[in-house]
Ligand binder design. Structure first.
Ligand SMILES: NC(=O)c1ccc[n+]([C@@H]2O[C@H](COP(=O)([O-])OP(=O)(O)OC[C@H]3O[C@@H](n4cnc5c(N)ncnc54)[C@H](OP(=O)(O)O)[C@@H]3O)[C@@H](O)[C@H]2O)c1
Length: 269
């Protein structure tokens, strides 16, 4: 089953920057309506202005709220209902990471990753499903990190592993319901992600070996939308990321741990 993004009505989380804003920009010329959410209203307004420049007849609704909390998700769902916005596409894009070991992390940041990357994604999907017009689509943003246990990003990688597994199961559950579920697993992409993930005294993620995996957000989003349109379950955007994902998924776990241990000891993971 294919998904046609022409004249779509899309609800996009994390639309105030990075990949979410790019999803809005790439859908704007062909969409009928966009519902953009994130916590920063000013940033959402800037993305709306860009979308309207691309398509002056587009309907663009905004809701600034923290979807990592029950209250914040309630605000979003109420706004969707009150504005009578009927999405046929849900893009679960909002997410965050944390660079550093579990031992040295704050409990707040460990929790924030789990609340946003997993709980918000599942509960929003569950709440939006009854409103999702058919033929419909759900596009979940996971990560290349979902394919391996990642020291110094342990919780982040585990949450993305959850997203990939959840998406694949959901794709099967909804296949006969007229809803396509696609999971996109980007590698390192230049957005605000690093800024949020970096600790006040910590290292950036621009580490050895990542250069060949890095592709622009425009390409990540274009490949994600092409995969959704084709009705496929999963994509690793970029050739380097596709090859890396294949390697990571097929390497014997004991060997993987040994390699990761070596990189971790050198401080290059
Ligand atoms: N960039 C990468 O290297 C990379 C690689 C693989 C996967 N990803 C995934 O791609 C997705 C998008 O990230 P990005 O790279 O575009 O990073 P980004 O530029 O930091 O964007 C994150 C988005 O999430 C929103 N957000 C964060 N916390 C939120 C909360 N509590 N409630 C509501 N919205 C919240 C942010 O908006 P506000 O700040 O306005 O709330 C922002 O719009 C994430 O799921 C990330 O895990 C990124």
């Amino acid at each position: 089953m294919n998904f046609d993004t022409h004249q779509c009505t899309a609800l996009i989380t994390g639309a105030s920057s990075g990949l979410g804003a790019e999803f809005a920009r790439q859908l704007a010329p062909q969409a009928q309506g966009l519902f953009l959410t994130g916590r920063r209203l000013e940033a959402l307004e800037a993305v709306r202005a860009e979308c309207l420049r691309l398509n002056p007849t587009l309907r663009v609704e905004l809701c600034a709220t923290d979807i990592a909390t029950d209250e914040g998700r309630g605000v979003l769902l109420e706004a969707v209902r009150a504005l009578d916005f009927q999405p046929n596409l849900l893009i679960n894009n909002a997410g965050m990471g944390d660079y550093g070991t579990v031992q040295t992390a704050t409990a707040a940041k460990l929790r924030a990753q789990m609340d946003l990357n997993m709980t918000a994604l599942v509960l929003l999907t569950h709440a939006i499903l009854p409103r999702l017009k058919k033929p419909g689509g759900i596009l979940n943003v996971s990560s290349l990190a979902s394919t391996l246990p990642l020291p110094a990003m342990a919780v982040y990688a585990a949450t993305k592993s959850f997203v990939s597994s959840f998406s694949e199961a959901l794709a099967v559950e909804l296949a006969t319901e007229g809803i396509v579920v696609t999971c996109v697993c980007p590698g390192p992409t230049p957005t605000s992600f690093s800024h949020t993930a970096r600790r006040p005294d910590g290292e950036d993620t621009d580490r050895g070996g990542q250069g060949i995996l890095r592709i622009p957000p425009q390409q990540v989003v274009a490949e994600a939308l092409a995969t959704l349109r084709a009705g496929k379950a999963c994509v690793y955007p970029g050739l380097g990321v596709t090859v890396a994902a294949c390697l990571f998924r097929h390497l014997p776990r004991a060997l993987m741990r040994r390699l990761l241990q070596r990189r971790f000891s050198r401080g290059t993971v």
